[in-house]
Design a binder for this molecule. Sequence first.
Ligand code: NAP
Ligand code: ZN
Length: 346
Amino acid sequence: MSTVTAYATSGPKEPFQKTSIERRDLGEHDVLIAIAYAGICHSDIHTGRGEWGPANYPLVPGHEIAGTVEAVGSAVTKFAVGDRAGVGCMVDSCRECENCLAGEEQYCLKGMTGTYGGTDRDGQPTAGGYSTHIVVDDNYVVSIPEGIGLDVAAPLLCAGITLFSPLKHWGVGPGSKVAIVGMGGLGHMGVQIAHALGAEVTVLSQSMSKEADGRRFGADHYYATSDESTWSKLHASFDLIINTVSASIPVDAYLALLKRDGSFVIVGAPPEPLSVQAFSLIGSRHSFSGSMIGGIRETQEMLDFCAAHGIGAQVEVISASQIDEAWDRVVASDVRYRFVIDTATM
Ligand code: NAP
Ligand code: ZN
């Protein structure tokens, strides 16, 4: 075991405090990563504040991890000391079920092992990226291509893959009309990736305040959902709508913006249930669906795609002492567009 520095919260309303945690000794398939940057995902906040149910405290969140390999176990061949490496939302899975075998480990039938707040195979609680180092089995570590800064790469490990996976699954490409609802951490990645895939991209945001940024990210159109006329103007317009909103939204109103056979895909995960009218679906053969991050193979594909297209997150780098303030700003939709913790400040 080695002792490393981390930032933890001890309860739903408790501020972050500097602490020490143990990382396991390297097994033969393990990789020790010196974390350079860890992104702050809204899921960290839902979890840490107990919005999704009781969390395991003390909680060290962080599942957008970018760093450098510091040591490898004897059987590791994919990584060498000094390599740029990333870890996302999972650090293990059963590896045997049909979903794991299909490379969709996030849907492991026995449940993937979350990077934080879960229980590892050795029975120890998992602790995430708000720390200086992490030890992860090499199957769940990806390579960060040269040419993407580690700070702008970190958010790709959750926000990037969470949008890349459904965009690919629903076959987005030239000719696709795609809307992204909510332009926060996930949303701003979705706009960039959908644009790079060749789609015609529309942002549906609460206001027009971020329009210039949205267009810079590649949006062709930008509408405010607070403007009543948006809903009539965009009736039956989209093949695919991806909803990244962290709060409950009026699903039926969005379903009316789909073309025949269009799909409304939920990636935002509000604690409250979402309701839907049957007629919003049956009237135009609409699909109402969801998607969770992406598998390890697809995460690597996403990183390579982003590197090839010069895509990264737009980040605001913060010190570890600013985590509480950053969480409040995320909740207030005051994020441009991802906070990333510089672990050198720990
Ligand atoms: P975020 O940075 O806070 O972005 C969410 C955006 O939603 C905000 O920037 C805002 O965009 C919009 N929004 C917020 N409150 C709203 C409200 N009351 N009504 C309408 N729009 C609102 O959060 P994030 O990190 O992107 O995460 C978004 C959600 O996805 C969270 O629930 C998170 O847990 C979930 N998530 C899911 C997965 C998955 O695998 N499915 C992975 C990661 C995260 P505008 O200002 O543009 O309106
Ligand atoms: Zn996340």
